[in-house]
Design a protein around this ligand. Structure first.
Ligand code: HEM
Length: 106
């Protein structure tokens, strides 16, 4: 129902996102900050993608402004894929269909 939001995963499975991006802060250590377990370094809750088109900026630190950019990062670092603009747009449009009515906004 939530399209995600029910597990933890490492951010940077198919590439080292944080090294490539640089400027690593304490917040980027993710679950490690809570458990102090090395295996939890760079591990984050996979957020629910329900209503994701409404919830920019993205990622744990709000570092990415657009959904298209977040999709590109996910494809590269979580799946090891490079998406063309058309596929990125189609995925963004799909994610847009996950927008529902928010009880507090109605
Ligand atoms: C095409 C496939 C995927 C798409 C379109 C996608 C999309 C997204 C988006 C839009 C976000 C940001 C959500 C927000 O900040 O509210 C996100 C975050 C995240 N995704 Fe993905 N994702 C994909 C694949 C994956 C895979 C395969 C994994 C894990 C193996 C994964 C793990 C995560 C994690 C851990 C975060 C949180 C990162 C953070 O908070 O810094 N994603 N994803």
């Amino acid at each position: 129902m939530n399209v995600g939001g029910n597990l933890y995963q490492k951010f940077g499975i198919m590439g080292d996102y944080f090294r490539d991006r640089g400027n690593i802060t304490n917040a980027n250590l993710g679950r490690y900050n809570v458990t102090k377990d090395e295996a939890d370094r760079f591990v984050f809750r996979v957020p629910s993608l329900r209503n994701v088109a409404l919830t920019s900026p993205y990622f744990h630190n709000g570092s990415v402004k657009t959904l298209e950019e977040a999709i590109g990062v996910m494809a590269k670092y979580q799946l090891g894929r490079s998406l063309c603009d058309k596929d990125t747009l189609l995925i963004a449009q799909f994610l847009g269909t996950l927008t529902g009515e928010h009880p507090e906004l109605n």
